[in-house]
Design a protein around this ligand. Structure first.
Ligand SMILES: Nc1ncnc2c1ncn2[C@@H]1O[C@H](COP(=O)(O)OP(=O)(O)OP(=O)(O)O)[C@@H](O)[C@H]1O
Ligand SMILES: [Mg+2]
Length: 242
């Protein structure tokens, strides 16, 4: 997709300090980031650098201490919780590092949850179910549809989380260490899936502490010392360490 016009994601002077009693943990300190529609961006950084924190801010799942996030013209912090949830449900798919599956629901119902939430089920329950089943098949879990999360492996749970993030055809996919629990062959099928998602016009932000994985993206940004550092576009030689 042509990278012209204004950015889809615009992050301005973002700061995040976690405060627990008297303990203050500064994590992000003046982050600026612009991502164009259709871009495939990798964010790398060491464990504890703040990658998940940033994903949570981009998905409207947590509030920044300071700064602004504008996505598709919407200033996320100006939305109330209900508006945020609706916005996220229709625009954003999040693959959580910790999966966040609902234990009491079958795998297919976990995948259908965002569709249910945004009202698409009401528009076409069978269509949504077929789509969920097809996503389960794409991630190699067609035979496990009716199992509960506790009845499958960690890597299989991760693949359910991937399928769930895609059920509503999000404009933006936030993928937080999406292959952290997968073997290399299964990871490769997931990265092929992401390539197809990008080809379909979705903006993908992939987070990983592994540079080699992020090299599948078109642009790598490194999070270090609470700041984002843009790395050379299109020249991912892998020389620098995370
Ligand atoms: N809810 C919280 N309350 C307090 N501190 C937090 C909270 N969440 C994260 N932190 C701290 O913020 C820092 C960044 O955490 P974060 O999870 O964003 O790192 P990360 O880059 O995603 O790491 P990893 O690669 O291990 O997933 C860490 O020092 C962590 O301990
Ligand atoms: Mg993380």
């Amino acid at each position: 997709m042509e990278n012209s016009g204004s950015p889809l994601i615009r992050v301005c002077e973002l700061k995040k300090i976690y405060v627990q009693g008297k303990i203050r943990t500064p994590v992000l300190n003046g982050i600026n980031l612009s991502v164009m529609q259709g871009e495939y961006v990798g964010i790398i950084g060491k464990s504890g650098a703040g990658k998940t924190t940033l994903v949570n801010m981009l998905g409207g799942l947590d509030d920044p201490t300071e700064g602004d996030i504008e996505i598709g013209g919407t200033h996320i912090q100006q939305l109330n919780e209900v508006e945020k949830a609706r916005w996220r449900g229709t625009k954003v798919g999040v693959i959580f590092q910790s999966f966040q599956l609902i234990p009491g629901l079958s795998l297919i119902d976990n995948i259908l949850l965002p569709a249910d939430f945004t009202g698409r089920l009401r528009n076409g329950p069978n269509e949504s179910r077929e789509k969920a089943a097809s996503l389960l098949e794409t991630v190699g879990l067609a035979d496990h549809m009716l199992k509960r999360p506790a009845e499958i492996s960690g890597g299989q749970q991760q693949r359910v989380a991937i399928a769930r993030a895609l059920i509503n055809d999000p404009e933006i996919l936030l993928a937080d260490e999406p292959t952290g629990r997968l073997d290399s062959a299964t990871s490769a099928t997931i990265f092929d899936l992401f390539d197809r998602v990008v080809d379909a016009g979705t903006t993908v932000v992939l987070v990983s502490h592994e540079r080699s994985l992020a090299q599948r993206t078109k642009r790598i940004i490194r999070l270090a010392e609470s700041k984002l550092i843009e790395e050379s576009d299109g020249n991912h030689s892998g020389r620098t360490s995370v």
